[in-house]
Design a protein around this ligand. Structure first.
Ligand code: ZN
Length: 464
């Protein structure tokens, strides 16, 4: 009993005592720089952020925050940048188990000769479970806090996303041929509706319907996807204008670009996130602007599959929100490192326009954070460090050789720092990575399982 009371006494000493005028908080995080991505683009030196529950109470200088708040827990990172979590606006998480299964091909050959057959032979609910778990581990450890997914068995993707503690806009695929989860488009639509109902008001998951693309989904099914998304006020996610082949085929078969064709069907009329947007003419851009479509730019994927270069500078100038994405890992990237996408996005615009001022570092970082949030229409909730937004925060360390010296924070973030510099990650007020250790996923078990899947997938493709 004596011991017990002594512990109580010690515990009381450890608890912060809120001084008069101080507000209680769950966390105070401090860093050398706080990059807010707020409308004024404030970068706060010797900054701090106070968090309560799932949301941000305030950001300011360390002195201001420590004066105003008393926190139960602290994360002090004096040689780091504290930034909003990165937002990956397009990926296929579970395809991480197909990393590098076929490389150096164009999209059509890659899809038809390798990916669709590999998926037909290997993808089931357990594959999706482990693939999503692996991707969640990789995403969190490289600073992604929100991702947009398009795949199969999406309710399992949602379970794993929640277990990892990440935020997801998760699209149940609808496609015009038998898929690993549903054998007909109608079954997939019914499945998507069930998924919408199951995750209607989840704090971390925004369920979505994901018709694969205009060239793989019949028109009436595309329209049914739109109706379903509208009925539940959830997003429709789709691949759009990714390759010249897609564009040429639509012009030949429909006398319309993919964008104009989808618009004529009414598919773009509502909450939509479209991935790629490489082959867009001025009329297409006017349609996307008028419809409020959010876009996802995937520089690694577009380069690797030789799909082309999206007119990002033009798109952003028009005020169309275009975020960044990694696309799937299976051969179009082959990782989910958003720090790399920022760097590539900036350089790709420079080399394609011949203008080194095109897409400067700050704008590339915006795409990975607040503009990505706008593309997903979630910018009231995430994308910047502002009062009342969800506490989705990352700490990026500045202790590596490539991190010094530091003249400009955005330059460092976009051109020098790596995903592997991310040290700590908080999503919805919960710390899920601490000192590069993921707290919610058993990393060793996931990597061992991924290696085992590698062997079985290779075996299944023998004789192809
Ligand atoms: Zn994709």
């Amino acid at each position: 009993m004596r011991h017990f009371s002594r512990y109580l006494f010690l515990a009381a000493l450890l608890l912060p005592v809120a001084a008069p005028g101080q507000t209680a908080a769950d966390w105070i995080l401090t860093a050398r720089y706080v990059v807010t991505e707020d409308p004024a683009h404030r970068v706060i030196e010797n900054g701090a952020v106070a968090v309560s529950g799932d949301h941000i109470l305030a950001a300011g200088t360390r002195a201001e925050i420590e004066k105003a708040y008393a926190a139960k827990q602290r994360l002090d990172r004096p040689n780091s940048i504290l930034a909003p979590g990165l937002i990956n606006t397009h990926t296929h998480a579970a395809m991480s188990l197909l990393r590098g299964v076929a490389d150096d091909l164009n999209l059509q050959d890659w899809l038809n000769k390798f990916i669709f057959p590999a998926e037909a032979k290997n993808v089931d609910r357990e594959f999706v479970r482990w693939g999503t778990r692996l991707a969640a581990l990789e995403m969190a450890l490289s600073g992604t806090t929100t991702y947009t997914d398009m795949y199969y068995f999406e309710e399992t993707v949602a379970e794993e996303t929640k277990a990892a503690g990440l935020r997801g806009v998760l699209g149940q695929t609808v496609i015009g041929f038998p898929a690993p989860d549903y054998k007909t488009p109608q079954a997939a639509l019914d499945g998507a509706e069930k998924f919408f109902r199951a995750f209607a008001s989840d704090p971390l998951i925004v369920p979505a319907v994901a018709p694969h693309a205009i060239y793989t989904v019949p028109d009436d099914v595309l329209q049914a996807c739109r109706r379903l998304a509208d009925k539940y006020q959830k997003p429709l996610v789709i691949h759009l204008a990714e390759t010249k082949t897609e564009n040429d085929d639509a012009l030949k078969q429909r006398r319309k670009t993919p964008t104009a064709a989808l618009d004529a069907l009414g598919v773009l009329n509502g909450w939509t996130v479209a991935a790629h947007g490489v082959w867009l003419n001025d009329a297409d851009l006017a349609i996307l602007k008028a419809r409020g479509t959010g876009l996802a730019h995937n520089p690694s994927s577009n380069m690797k599959l030789a799909s082309g270069i999206a007119p990002v500078v033009k798109i952003l100038k028009l005020g169309i929100p275009m975020g960044l994405g990694t696309d799937g890992v299976a051969g179009s990237n082959n990782d989910v490192d958003m720090m790399e996408e920022m760097d590539l996005a900036a350089k790709l615009q420079k080399v394609s326009t011949g203008d080194p001022q095109a897409l400067p570092a700050q704008q590339a970082f915006d795409m990975a954070t607040i503009v990505g949030a706008r593309a997903l229409r979630l910018d009231k909730m995430i994308g910047s460090i502002e009062k009342d937004k969800r506490a989705d925060l990352i700490v990026i360390r500045l202790d590596a050789p490539h991190a010094v010296p530091l003249y400009n924070v955005y330059s460092q973030l976009v051109y020098a720092l790596k995903g592997s510099d991310v040290g700590d990650v908080m999503v919805n007020g919960k710390l899920i990575v601490r000192n590069r250790q993921m707290l919610t996923v058993d990393a060793q078990a996931v990597m061992a399982k991924a290696a085992a899947y590698g062997l079985s997938v290779s075996k299944s493709l023998k004789g192809n």
